[in-house]
Write a protein that binds this ligand. Structure first.
Ligand code: AMP
Length: 421
């Protein structure tokens, strides 16, 4: 390995993380802008929480038996001896913020959205990163199953605007504290009967939280779990009614869905509704977004008894399927000839920018031919020439690089031309 390659390797981005460079970042910006405008139409407002939190927030929120907490957290001790964790998901942070600031007392709709990085120490592969990005939305204090349907519809509206096609919506109910214990017991029994065929991890889960067996990625365990009892047969009346209403609302909204009784999702806090929007184009990591209802989390945090529902969408995965046309920017390359012209050029660039025109100023002294060569390389759309004559006359030459057409005129006229092209 050459010294250069070794140095590059040493300084490379950490495994499972990646740079989002100009050229690609425009798609991220377009997605973020569309998400913002879409969510605000449904009454959501942005809530930004810190990237790291006390470790126990996630232990308590995401659930002590979830894969995220048991295997995937980026946890470290800071210089003050506190155990902190880079957030693996967003929901516990919003719940904490609501309790901390008593947002429930403000009277505004408790509908929040957020976009940003999440961190999970999972095995990196296609569609799975260690630092990945989510768009997250949460609704609090709205119990009706219609709200679960409304946010699923909102997810579809956003995916539609992003040109994501060929998705499937999966829904399920994971019951509540009243009906889930009987289901867990039935699962435990079913798992005990197949214990020897399950992976060691699932053998452990069978004892701690048998629902988590459905998260297992081992093919043999998945086949076995497919024959386990279905939660749908264990739902209490309230959960069954909620689920029926969800299906009716989705139907009214024209959203086809498939009931998947194994959809328990990887986190411990869900109650009643769970859902995912998946795509067969994504390969093994097929979920574009997932979410559900979590009616007990706020209360369990010692806050008020306020229910919640929401989803998190993976930006990387959605972008891999999105059809976003990014409009090409129009740039003016400002070519000056001589020191005095450079000063005048600086002022002209300031004026153009203040009028919304993107301007690149070349500070290096160049002849006219070299300026054009450079402008070409930078893929500028226009070259604006500032020389002694132009300064004296107050008329500047503007060349359209695509057509070769050149016009001259006072700066106001050129601005009008730039704005209409
Ligand atoms: P979750 O928080 O696990 O319900 O995930 C919600 C969404 O985030 C998933 O549907 C994915 O689109 C995305 N996601 C989750 N984990 C990762 C990861 N490690 N890398 C990339 N995207 C992820």
């Amino acid at each position: 390995m050459s010294e250069d390659t070794a140095a590059k390797k040493e300084l490379a981005a950490i495994k499972g993380t990646r740079d989002i460079l100009p050229g690609e970042v425009e798609k991220w910006q377009a997605l973020e802008a569309l998400a913002r405008t879409t969510f605000e139409l449904y009454g959501f407002r942005e809530l930004r929480a810190p990237v790291f939190e006390a470790t126990e927030l996630f232990e308590k929120g995401s659930g002590a038996t979830s894969d995220i907490v048991t295997k995937e957290m980026y946890t470290f001790t800071d210089k003050g001896g506190r155990s902190l964790t880079l957030r693996p998901e967003y929901t516990p942070s919003v719940v904490r913020a609501i309790v901390e600031h008593r947002l429930d007392l403000e009277g505004a709709p408790m509908r929040y959205y957020y976009m940003g990085p999440m961190f999970r120490y999972d095995k990196p592969q296609k569609g799975r990163y260690r630092q990945f990005h989510q768009v997250d939305i949460e609704v609090f204090g709205e119990k009706d199953a219609a709200v679960d349907a409304e946010i699923i519809e909102m997810a579809h509206a956003l995916l539609g605007k992003l040109g994501v096609a060929g998705t499937e919506t999966l829904v399920n109910s994971v019951g509540c504290r009243a009906c889930r214990p009987a289901y867990s017991a039935a699962l435990r029994q079913a798992a005990a009967a197949r214990r020897a065929d399950l992976c060691p991890d699932c053998q452990r889960k069978a004892e701690t939280n048998p629902l988590r067996i459905f998260d297992c990625k081992v093919e043999a365990c998945r086949t076995i779990a497919a024959a386990f009892p279905s939660i749908q047969d264990f739902l209490c009346q309230e959960c069954r009614d909620h689920f029926r209403r969800l299906l009716a609302c989705l139907d009214a909204l024209g959203i086809p869905c498939r009931i998947d009784p194994r959809l328990v999702r990887g986190l411990d806090y869900y109650t009643k509704t769970t859902f995912e929007i998946v795509s067969s184009h994504l390969g093994a990591q097929n979920a574009l977004l997932g979410g559900g209802r979590y009616d007990d989390m706020m209360k369990d945090f010692g806050g008020p008894d306020i229910c919640g529902t929401g989803f998190a969408m993976g930006i990387e995965r959605v972008l891999s399927m999105a059809e976003i046309a990014v409009p090409k920017r129009k740039t003016v390359y400002l070519a000056h000839l001589g020191e005095e012209a450079r000063m005048a050029g600086l002022e002209l660039a300031r004026w153009l920018r203040s009028n919304g025109v993107e301007c690149l100023v070349e500070y290096k002294d160049r002849g006219m031919k070299a300026h054009f060569g450079r402008a070409n390389k930078l893929q500028a759309d226009w070259v604006l020439i500032v020389g002694e004559n132009e300064m004296k006359s107050g008329r500047f030459a503007l060349k359209d690089m695509a057509t070769g057409r050149q016009v001259d005129g006072p700066r106001e006229e050129l601005l009008a031309l730039l704005r209409t092209n």
